[in-house]
Design a binder for this molecule. Structure first.
Ligand SMILES: Cc1ncc(COP(=O)(O)O)c(C=O)c1O
Length: 448
C-alpha cells in the first residue's frame, strides 16, 4: 500500500485492515478492533459471512454485468420484488444504484419529473425543502439538498439554490422549557408551513428528511407525531415526502423501514447501507404508487440512468443479505439488543459530566458531548472532540470503532459519536462495547 492513495487526511495513512471476521477488524500491526460502527453503519451482518460470499460467487459464475437499459437479471427482479413486498406494496418500483448519494440524486430527479408528467403538468415545481443538520450525500445535488454546514461551506457558491432548510426535530436542544411534545411538533409544522408560504407552495417538489437523523445530528428519533404533521403540510400543498433511510433504514432501527414506526408512508424512499451490508456497493430508490403510476401513465420512463444501475453483483449481494436478515430473525435481535445497549449506555455514561445526551433507537445510538452539562454548551469545533474519541477508540488499549460526527449543535459546533453494531450482536458483545466505550470516554475526558 503506497502513498498514492488520496487518504481522507492526505498525509495520514489510516490503519490498514488485513482481515475482518465477525465483529472484528484486524490491523497490520496486530490490533483486533471491535467494529461497533459497522464502518459507517453499514456492516449489519458483521464481516466475512460465508453465505454472502457464496451468493456473490454464484452470481459471478452466471453474469457479472449487464447494462440495465438493455437487459435485466433474476437477482434484480428478486431484490426489487422483495423490497416492494416488504412495504406491503406501498412502494411499487425500485431503482437500484451503487450508493446512498446516487439514490438521493435519483429521488430529487424523480420528484421533479413526477410533476412534469401529471395530466396538468406543474412545471413551476422546482424547489425542495430539507432540514438543517442533515446529510443526504456528497455530490453537488445531494450536498445541495443536505444541511451539513461544514461539508457545504467551500462549495456553497456552486450548490443548487433551489433548496431551503428548516429546523430538524431535535428535542434535546430545540424543545423549549415547559413545551410538550405536541406543542413542539406543532411549532415545527408551522415552521414548515411558513417555509412553503415563503417560497411559494406551488413551487415545491418535496420535503426531504432522514427518518431518523444520522451522523449530522446523531441518532435522533423523531418526536411522536412529527412525521405525520410534516406529511400533512406536504399534502396540503401537493408536495411529495422524500424519506432518506440510507443510514436508518433496512432494519437499523428495529423495523425494515424506519417509517413503519412513524405512521407515514413516503412518496419516495432512499436506502443503501444495510441493503448490502457492505459486501457490495448498493443503494436504491423506492418509488411509491402515486409517483410510479404517474410516470407509467405519462412518458413511461425515468429520465435518468447510470452505467452500473441494477448491477448483478450488487443485486445478488442485497438478496443474500436480506435473506439472512429474514431467516436469522435479525430484526427481532435488533429490537431485543437495541434497548439493552441504550440502557447500559445511559446507566454507565448518562451521568458523565461531558455527556449531555444518550439517545437512539434499535441498534443506532449516539452520545452527545458537551462542555457544560447544565447549559449544554458544546465544545468548540476546533477541539475536534468527536474525532479524538474516534481516534482514541482505535488505539491498542481500547480497540473499538465508533462513528464520529460534528456540528450537531449549530452546524459547526457540537460533537457526537454513534454506535451502530451488526444486527447479529449478542448481549455479551453489547457489554463489551459499553465497557470499551466507557474506557475511551474516561481516557479522553477523565472519569466523571
Ligand atoms: C442519511 C444519509 N443519506 C445519504 C448518505 C450518502 O450515502 P453514500 O455515502 O452511500 O453515498 C448518507 C451517508 O452517510 C446518509 O447517512
Amino acid at each position: 500500500m503506497g502513498a498514492s492513495v488520496l487518504y481522507t487526511k492526505i498525509t495520514q495513512r489510516p490503519p490498514a485492515i488485513v482481515r475482518s471476521d465477525g465483529h472484528y477488524l484486524e490491523t497490520d500491526d496486530g490490533r483486533r478492533i471491535f467494529d461497533a460502527s459497522g464502518g459507517a453503519a453499514v456492516a449489519c451482518l458483521g464481516h466475512n459471512d460465508p453465505r454472502v460470499k457464496q451468493a456473490i460467487m454464484a452470481q459471478l459464475d452466471k453474469t457479472a454485468y449487464i447494462y440495465a437499459p438493455f437487459f435485466t437479471v433474476p437477482a434484480a427482479e428478486e431484490i426489487a420484488t422483495f423490497l416492494t413486498e416488504s412495504t406491503g406494496g406501498k412502494m411499487q418500483k425500485v431503482f437500484i444504484v451503487s450508493s446512498g448519494t446516487e439514490a438521493i440524486e435519483a429521488s430529487l430527479k424523480m420528484a421533479r419529473q413526477y410533476f412534469t408528467e401529471l395530466p396538468n403538468p406543474q412545471w413551476q415545481r422546482t424547489r425542495f425543502i430539507a432540514r438543517r443538520q442533515s446529510y443526504h450525500g456528497n455530490t453537488l445535488g445531494s450536498l445541495g439538498a443536505g444541511g451539513h454546514k461544514v461539508r457545504r461551506a467551500i462549495f456553497e457558491p456552486i450548490l443548487a439554490t433551489n433548496v431551503s432548510h428548516v429546523s430538524p426535530c431535535y428535542p434535546y436542544r430545540d424543545m423549549r422549557e415547559g413545551e410538550g411534545e405536541a406543542e413542539y411538533v406543532g411549532r415545527l409544522a408551522e415552521e414548515l408551513e411558513a417555509e412553503f408560504q415563503r417560497v411559494g407552495p406551488e413551487t415545491v417538489c418535496a420535503f426531504v428528511a432522514e427518518t431518523m437523523c444520522g451522523t449530522t445530528l446523531g441518532c435522533v428519533p423523531a418526536v411522536p407525531g412529527y412525521f405525520k404533521a410534516m406529511k400533512e403540510v406536504c399534502d396540503r400543498h401537493g408536495a411529495l415526502l422524500i424519506l432518506d433511510e440510507v443510514m436508518s433504514g433496512m432494519g437499523r432501527t428495529g423495523t425494515l423501514h424506519a417509517w413503519e414506526q412513524e405512521g407515514v408512508v413516503p412518496d419516495l424512499q432512499t436506502i443503501a447501507k444495510g441493503l448490502g451490508a457492505g459486501y457490495a456497493p448498493v443503494g436504491a430508490l423506492l418509488v411509491g404508487s402515486r409517483v410510479a403510476e404517474a410516470l407509467t401513465r405519462g412518458t413511461g420512463s425515468f429520465t435518468h440512468s447510470q452505467t452500473y444501475q441494477g448491477h448483478p453483483i450488487a443485486c445478488a449481494t442485497a438478496c443474500a443479505v436480506q435473506k439472512i436478515i429474514r431467516d436469522d430473525n435479525l430484526l427481532a435481535n435488533v429490537r431485543e439488543q437495541g434497548p439493552y445497549l441504550g440502557k447500559l449506555l445511559k446507566e454507565r455514561l448518562g451521568n458523565h459530566k461531558n455527556i449531555g445526551d444518550v439517545r437512539g433507537r434499535g441498534l443506532f445510538w449516539a452520545l452527545e458531548f458537551v462542555k457544560d452539562k447544565t447549559t449544554k454548551e458544546p465544545f468548540p469545533a476546533a477541539d475536534g472532540i468527536a474525532q479524538k474519541v474516534h481516534r482514541t477508540g482505535l488505539q491498542k488499549e481500547h480497540c473499538i470503532s465508533v462513528i464520529p460526527g460534528a456540528g450537531v449543535a449549530d452546524g459547526k459546533n457540537g460533537d457526537i459519536v454513534q454506535i451502530a453494531p451488526a444486527y447479529n450482536i449478542s448481549r455479551a458483545d453489547i457489554e463489551l462495547i459499553v465497557d470499551r466505550v466507557e474506557g475511551v470516554i474516561n481516557a479522553v475526558f477523565g472519569a466523571e
